[in-house]
Write a protein of this length. Structure first.
Length: 341
């Protein structure tokens, strides 16, 4: 009777010797996955996924219109989707806070106005972001004059009519704005300070609501950006009493600057892109380069100007100076006026 050895491949010792080898190979695979996964993602060139451009107001207003023009241009130039998302509420503070607390990776941006960056700190008792520390200036997009509007049924034709009537009938006129802290609200406050008129502020939740109630005669006056109001003015549904820029505008022939009646009166809306503080300089510079290219394209400049917007552009430090100057200006204009929660 002969003893036969088992097949080598079934020998227990052979099986045991391969087990550590398999565990070693599995560990190597896990290490490789750990290294190539997040590291590879971190090394992806920016932008490698869609970008959010937050508009802190409801759809339909000037901020929304300009954001969509810029987003369209960035999508083409960056070869990556730039998606406009409206996050209205609390005088633009909700959208601003969302961006302030987002990851500083260049994928969440804010199309900002003076409200969240310069005005609201003087109006709201509490902000859950710091306008001076939580944002990185990216690009100055445009200046936009406002226009002071009247319901046609009032019979008011110009700023002199408005001031004379308001002084003769204190507290009888209502002024609608897209919200507390909006530029339209601030232009009323400046007008009251400079002329002594008593006009009641009525804040709404967006420019579309302002236009609807003014056209219906539910309010007598409103402040609005020229791009939003232009169509209603041309159709005769709203009367332009004066523009808040230093000079008259070609898109509103015959409408004088408010400063022609109230010397020194100038209130401009400005629009800019900011990112969360800490966003890499390379990303900020790339965005700045592309936004400047967009606002300097002839076709885009013509679109802006047809809306009454003035393309600006410039380096990030130009925007930083603008924000700082506006913060100082509104600290003087709105001292001790924190009434909103």
């Amino acid at each position: 009777m002969s003893f036969q050895h088992p097949h080598p491949h079934s020998h227990p010792r052979a099986t045991r010797s391969r087990a550590p080898a398999r565990r070693f190979l599995a560990m190597c695979a896990m290490v490789a996955a750990a290294v190539t996964g997040p590291a590879a993602h971190a090394a992806d060139p920016w932008p490698s996924r869609p970008i959010q451009l937050i508009v802190p107001f409801a759809p339909g207003g000037t901020t929304d219109v300009l954001a969509r023009l810029v987003a369209e241009g960035l999508t083409k130039r960056l070869k990556q989707s730039v998606i406009v998302e409206n996050k209205p509420g609390a005088g633009a503070n909700i959208g601003a806070a969302m961006v302030a607390h987002a990851a500083p990776d260049g994928y969440t941006l804010l199309l900002a106005t003076p409200g969240p960056l310069a005005i609201n700190a003087n109006i709201y008792k509490r902000l859950n972001f710091d306008p001076e520390k939580d944002f990185a200036p990216v690009a100055y997009v445009a200046d936009v004059p406002n226009v002071i509007l009247a319901y046609p049924g009032t019979g008011l034709k110009n700023m002199r009519d408005l001031i004379d009537y308001a002084k003769a009938h204190p507290g009888k006129l209502n002024w609608a704005s897209p919200g507390v802290g909006s530029t339209a609200h601030i232009e009323l406050e400046v007008l009251k300070q400079m002329t002594g008129v008593d006009i009641v502020h009525v804040p709404f939740k967006g420019a579309a609501q302002v236009s609807a109630d003014l056209i219906a005669g539910h309010v007598e006056l409103a402040g609005d950006n020229v791009p939003t109001a232009l169509g209603y003015i041309k159709s005769g549904k709203e009367v332009a009493l004066g523009v808040t820029s230093e000079k008259a505008l070609d898109v509103l022939p015959g409408v004088q600057p408010v400063g022609a009646t109230v010397p020194g009166y100038v209130v401009l809306s400005w629009f800019a892109i900011v990112a969360p503080a800490g966003t890499p300089d390379a990303v900020v510079q790339r965005l700045n380069t592309e936004v400047n290219a967009i606002v300097n394209e002839q076709a885009m400049r013509e679109k802006f100007e047809s809306l009454g917007a003035i393309p600006v552009g410039g380096a990030p430090d130009k925007l930083a100076r603008q924000i700082s100057a506006e913060q100082a200006r509104y600290r003087k204009l709105l001292p001790n006026s924190k009434e909103q929660d």
